[in-house]
Design a protein around this ligand. Structure first.
Ligand SMILES: *Cc1c(COP(=O)(O)O)cnc(C)c1O
Length: 341
């Protein structure tokens, strides 16, 4: 089987996780009767230091519920121009919430209030109403970069002073936490709402959650039904997510270690170089020769049994995960070292 580094979403549920699915106690969650979902929601809220949580089928839905629950059509959202909600959610924010994005280029390590202040608008009926700030940690497009806690605190303090809502896209917050040693709740304290994912690093087949204050989560609960995300005996999925928290959270440092090892192998390859420092489990690799292309390299890697997708015009991406072990690492390093022009 090919070594698949296209994303950390490619993992398959382990035997242990499948056992947890088989034995899950379930009920109709639309009626509020699924004990496994409720337990997962309570646990997730507690882990992130928030009042409530809502299980969702995808991270996209969790983000979109957060936007819809905390904005009105025509509002403006301030966020880094490479944010997942802008590029990889099918234009959902425009379709579901009718918000407008105002973007800026965040510096390495995340932005601060100083990056946002120039975007604050005076109150006037002709101007858009700025209502929400969005942060992403780790940052997908920026190659798994960790948003520094001090900077998040700075943004949070300013947002509170300005009366703005804050949403944190934490699809890979677990990776940020493991890499930095900062507790997930400490990051979550810098936002009103946070989305987290159980199906990337934690290896569940499906599932994310939106956490926040009870009032916002209550609104999101209604919106989830409206968006078609009310699910019935979904404890079978919540059990997988819960298993992921039990067994796959503390091991994420292994994914980071393997990503770092892969980065060292890339350093010896003449055709690829790191486009960004590797902080967690994502490598963005730049093609060195102007006559070479990411598509060509992707094909060559595939011929050697390694899957890595072209990313931007000059880059490829590799993501390490639960199903990428030391043997796969050794083989991938060998393939990378042997890439010849
Ligand atoms: C993967 C991801 C999401 C959500 O993706 P889904 O495929 O909808 O679960 C959201 N934000 C970021 C930063 C992500 O990496």
């Amino acid at each position: 089987m090919a070594i698949d580094l296209r994303s950390d979403t490619v993992t398959r549920p382990s035997d242990g996780m499948r056992q947890a699915i088989v034995h899950a106690e379930v009920g109709d969650d639309v009626l509020g009767d699924d004990p496994t979902v409720r337990a997962l929601e309570e646990r997730t809220a507690e882990l992130l230091g928030k009042e409530a949580a809502l299980f969702t089928p995808t991270g996209t839905m969790a983000n979109q519920l957060a936007l819809r629950a905390q904005t009105s059509p025509g509002d403006e959202v301030l966020l880094d121009r490479h944010s997942h909600v802008i590029h990889y959610e099918s234009g959902a924010a425009a379709a579901h919430s009718g918000v407008q994005f105002r973007t800026f280029e965040a510096p390495r390590g995340g932005f601060t209030a100083d990056d946002l202040k120039p975007l604050r608008r005076p109150t006037h009926y002709t101007l858009p109403h700025v209502s929400l700030i969005e942060m992403e940690n780790t940052h997908n497009h920026r190659g798994g970069e960790v948003f520094e806690l001090e900077r998040m605190r700075d943004v949070w303090a300013w947002a509170c002073e300005q009366g703005l809502r804050v949403h944190l896209d934490g699809a890979r917050l677990w990776n940020a936490s493991v890499a930095s040693g900062v507790a997930p709740a400490d990051y979550a304290a810098c936002a009103h709402t946070v989305s987290v994912c159980f199906s990337k690093g934690l290896g569940a087949p499906v599932g994310s959650a939106l956490v926040g204050d009870s009032e916002t989560v209550r609104r999101a609960h209604r919106l989830r039904k409206m968006f078609g995300g009310g699910m019935r005996q979904v404890g079978i999925l919540a059990a997988a997510a819960s298993y992921g928290l039990d067994y796959n959270l503390q091991r994420l440092h292994e994914d980071h270690r393997r990503a770092a090892a892969l980065a060292r192998a890339v350093a010896t390859c003449t055709r690829l170089r790191l486009a960004r420092p590797v902080e967690t489990n994502i490598l963005i690799l730049e093609v060195v020769d102007p006559n070479d292309t990411p598509q060509r390299l992707s094909h060559e890697l595939r011929a050697h049994g390694v899957l890595a997708n072209p990313w931007e015009a000059r880059t490829l991406r590799m993501v390490t995960h639960l199903d990428f072990d030391d043997a796969a690492l050794a083989r991938t390093c060998e393939v990378v070292r042997e890439l010849r022009s």
